[in-house]
Design a protein around this ligand. Structure first.
Ligand code: IFM
Length: 485
């Protein structure tokens, strides 16, 4: 099996605005739904908020220097809509735009290719107050915001994502209520999903109208579930339902101009889908240049008539957020997510690189578009050793095996164009607060000092060699004490 990345394949790392920036009341930024939600008692583990996060808003220059020292070829970040347009509609904030413009300039100057995501969950609170993603007007507001951003930054950023994981925005934000805005309503979660996808379609068209040269995609945390017993019709049907909700719903409006029939049939008792207006699907069709793939774990489902409604979704939700009682999978009655063998990460997610290869190949086969791995990584309970090193061997092994899994998919014909490690540094892990650490760089939340973990050294060496470094060579790549910034 090849261990070498093909020419042009981008190796980088990813973050998101609310998870790292802090500075929530500075530089003219307006409040977002995550400011509101994180300050709601009981919503976040430990009562954590993104008020300070990694303080990237003040430390961005050193952070870019650190990325350059890591040798990163690309950096995927998100723009905080409330920082550049505080109310989500109306006046733009020049100071906020200047922040991202300076960030992009520095990245480019250091030879790091910026990849921007327009929406990684921090909706301006004013838009939420006007209806949030239940309102079609939010899609219109998103188009205006998106166009302005490409006018400002499109001369330096060629690869744009509209949305990060609309599945999570819709089914965790509106389905289980474990994420902002904290609503638990099956029908509303489907409405929100449609408006998010519609917003992509309209924004992508509008972006192309001003900058046809830009490559516009959408990032999904798609799930390719496996049925518990493939010879059992009801297990197959359970798997098909989760596949429709976790995967096909978020890809096929763009590739086929339709929602899957199985989805419409299975959810008919939840909603009449009247939020889909004539012409919506035509606006969505053909508006994706590439799909982003956020992959962490695999899923195994079965039919279980005795299962209390929604119970299993709570325990096994992909993306692992600590989901409150309530559904994240509309119409999931009698569908049970089965435990998978370990190892399991600190999020409780199973480690399954083989399923990653299969998932990439499946997306390639079904949709035929270029793919970027826009997130992949793992949380572990890291410890700082007396010599200062963070020997995160579980994370190194996870990265090693998943990088090989990507190369395996490439070797079998998947058109994967890049890999962004999640995450550049430890950060605010949404409902889990700071309790879960995904970074290849450790953040000390008392001092905000960043320190390279062994995984950072491992990844730097992979980028330098443009090959997956054998695990046995890790020790030779690491410095003691490790670098701090
Ligand atoms: O931290 C998140 C990220 O914001 C979206 N994808 C999954 C990551 C880990 O949960």
């Amino acid at each position: 099996m090849t261990t070498t990345f093909p020419p042009g394949f981008l190796l980088g790392a990813a973050t998101a605005s609310y998870q790292i920036e802090g500075g929530v009341a500075e530089g003219g930024r307006g409040p977002s739904i995550w400011d509101t939600f994180s300050h709601t008692p009981g919503a976040i583990v430990g009562g954590d908020t993104g008020d300070v996060a990694c303080d990237h808003f003040h430390r961005w220059e050193r952070d870019v220097d650190m990325m350059a020292d890591l040798g990163l070829e690309a950096y995927r970040f998100s723009i905080a809509w409330p920082r550049v347009q505080p109310g989500g509609a109306g006046a733009f904030n020049g100071e906020g735009i200047a922040f991202y413009s300076r960030l992009v300039d520095r990245l480019v100057a250091k030879g790091i290719r910026p990849m921007a995501t327009l929406y990684h969950w921090d909706l301006p609170q004013e838009l939420q107050d006007a209806g949030g993603w239940l309102s079609r007007d939010t899609a219109d507001a998103f188009v205006t915001y998106a166009v302005r951003m490409v006018e400002e930054l499109g001369d330096r950023i060629g690869i744009w994502a509209t949305f990060n994981e609309p599945w999570v925005s819709a089914f965790v934000g509106y389905g289980s209520g474990a994420h902002a805005p904290g609503t638990a309503d099956e029908a509303e979660s489907l409405t929100a999903a449609h408006h998010l996808l519609l917003a992509h379609g309209r924004a992508a068209r509008a972006i192309k109208a001003v900058r046809p040269d830009l490559r516009v995609g959408i990032v999904n945390n798609a799930h390719t579930p496996r049925p518990w017993d493939p010879s059992h019709d009801r297990d197959l049907a359970a798997s098909a339902h989760i596949d429709a909700l976790g995967n096909r719903m978020f890809h096929e409006p763009f590739t086929r101009g339709a929602y899957p029939q199985v989805l419409l049939d299975n959810t008919a008792h939840v909603t009449d889908w009247s939020f889909v207006h004539p012409g919506d699907l035509e606006q969505m069709r053909g508006t994706v240049d590439w799909f982003g793939v956020n992959y962490y774990a695999s899923h195994l489902v079965r039919h279980n008539a005795a299962k209390p409604a929604h119970a299993s979704s709570v325990a096994t939700l992909a993306d692992g957020h600590p989901v409150a009682e309530g559904t994240c999978w509309p119409a999931d009655q009698e569908i049970e997510f089965m435990p998978l063998p370990g190892p399991h990460t600190a999020m409780g997610w199973n480690v399954d690189p083989g399923a990653f290869t299969a998932h990439l190949l499946r997306l390639q086969r079904d949709y035929g578009l270029p793919l970027y791995v826009t997130e992949n990584g793992s949380a572990w309970d890291d410890a700082v050793d007396p010599d200062g090193r963070i020997r995160d061997l579980d994370r190194v092994r996870y990265a090693h095996d998943h990088l090989l899994a990507v190369l395996d998919a490439v070797a079998q014909g998947a058109d994967v164009r890049g890999y962004m490690a999640w995450s550049l540094m430890d950060n605010f892990e949404w409902a889990q607060g700071y309790a879960k650490r995904f970074g290849i760089v450790r953040v000390d939340y008392d001092t905000l000092v960043r320190t390279w973990k062994d995984s950072a050294y491992f990844y730097r060496e992979c980028v330098a060699r443009r090959a997956v470094v054998p695990l046995g060579e890790l020790e030779a790549c690491v410095e003691t004490p490790p670098r701090s910034y």
